[in-house]
Design a protein around this ligand. Structure first.
Ligand SMILES: C[S@@+](CC[C@H](N)C(=O)[O-])C[C@H]1O[C@@H](n2cnc3c(N)ncnc32)[C@H](O)[C@@H]1O
Length: 304
């Protein structure tokens, strides 16, 4: 039976038999009441303590939830679980290998368009204090660290952090601090000159978009700038499970699989430059966004 390492969400005070074990973690494993079964008599546990719980029951399905950062929304928890599990194979997406191989011609096209995004980011020149949201394996972090004074990154997957740190260390970058936190509850504790996010906005559900843009606005110094890049539209990739009953276009969810066959539900919204510009104006942010052709949309803007 698997042991799961989970993070306690808030202090648990044993307030009598009725409440025992109930105040803890939700997305520790797929069975939300596992903790209550396994540790009914814990008296006081500080928030953010890591504890092990044992799950006695078999998984409900091959879909998994949970993470070092707990999120009580099941799909956001599952999305995070997906990226945690995918961390070691993530860079194959950049390299267009394995499940991400689109064939020679389209791989070349993809790289050409990616180079256009890199060129746009170089021209943007991320100077000063830079905040990177959802840094992943650090591919973009390396670029940001070239021109920035400091880079602070926030991502909820410790597995991603480990990989990103190794890359930064190999490249001798010392001006980067990588944090592990849940961007759906994280609040900036300092102001930045630049906020950068790659392939993150499309994973923010519609009902969180307002909060997200407010946090970008609040993280920027007046006049501060942001740069975003994301998928222009759903690129038919082999890691997307097609024809699944479970995927749901209306709620912008998609099923993704890993090399080992495990499948996870994630949020995937497509971005359209004009709509983006309209939404952002409402948040006091000006943006100019363009598509690179088939694969990417990138944009830059400024806090008024
Ligand atoms: C599509 S990847 C993008 C990674 C990187 N920016 C890139 O372009 O390669 C999405 C990233 O979001 C992170 N993530 C997922 N859920 C998160 C959450 N709730 N809070 C913070 N980061 C999260 C994942 O760990 C993953 O690194």
């Amino acid at each position: 039976m698997p042991w799961l390492c989970v993070e306690v969400q808030r202090e648990f005070v044993d307030a009598g038999a009725r409440n025992r074990g109930r105040l803890f973690l939700r997305s520790a494993c797929q069975h939300r009441d596992c903790f209550a079964q396994e540790r009914p008599h814990a008296a006081i546990v500080a928030p953010r303590t890591l504890i092990d719980i044992r799950c006695r029951r078999p998984p409900r399905s091959r879909r998994v939830s949970g993470g070092a950062v707990t999120n009580t929304d099941p799909i956001l928890a599952e999305q995070l679980a997906y990226y945690r599990a995918r961390a070691r194979e993530y860079d194959k997406w950049f390299r267009r290998e394995g499940l991400h191989d689109l064939g020679e011609e389209r791989n070349a096209r993809w790289r050409l368009e990616l180079d256009r995004v890199f060129a746009a980011l170089d021209a943007f020149a991320s100077r000063g204090d830079v905040l990177e949201l959802a840094y992943g394996t650090g591919e973009w972090t390396l670029r940001l660290a070239e021109s920035a004074t400091t880079v602070v990154g926030v991502d909820a997957a410790p597995e991603m952090r480990e990989l990103a740190l190794a890359k930064l260390q190999d490249a001798g970058k010392r001006n980067v601090e990588l944090r592990v936190d849940d961007l759906f509850s994280w609040q900036p504790d300092q102001a930045f000159d630049v906020v950068f996010f790659a392939f993150w906005l499309s994973h923010v559900p519609e009902n969180q978009a307002d909060r997200f843009w407010r946090s970008v606005h609040d993280a920027l110094r007046p006049g501060g700038r942001f740069f975003l890049v994301d998928a222009a539209r759903a690129v038919p990739e082999r890691n997307v499970v097609h024809g699944s009953q479970l995927a749901d276009r209306d709620s912008a969810t998609e099923f993704r699989r890993l090399e080992d066959g495990r499948a996870f539900r994630i949020i995937k919204r497509s971005l359209e430059p004009d709509r983006l510009a309209r939404d952002l104006r409402e948040h006091g942010l000006d943006v100019s966004a363009v598509e690179t052709g088939e694969f990417f949309v990138h944009g830059l803007g400024r806090r008024a």
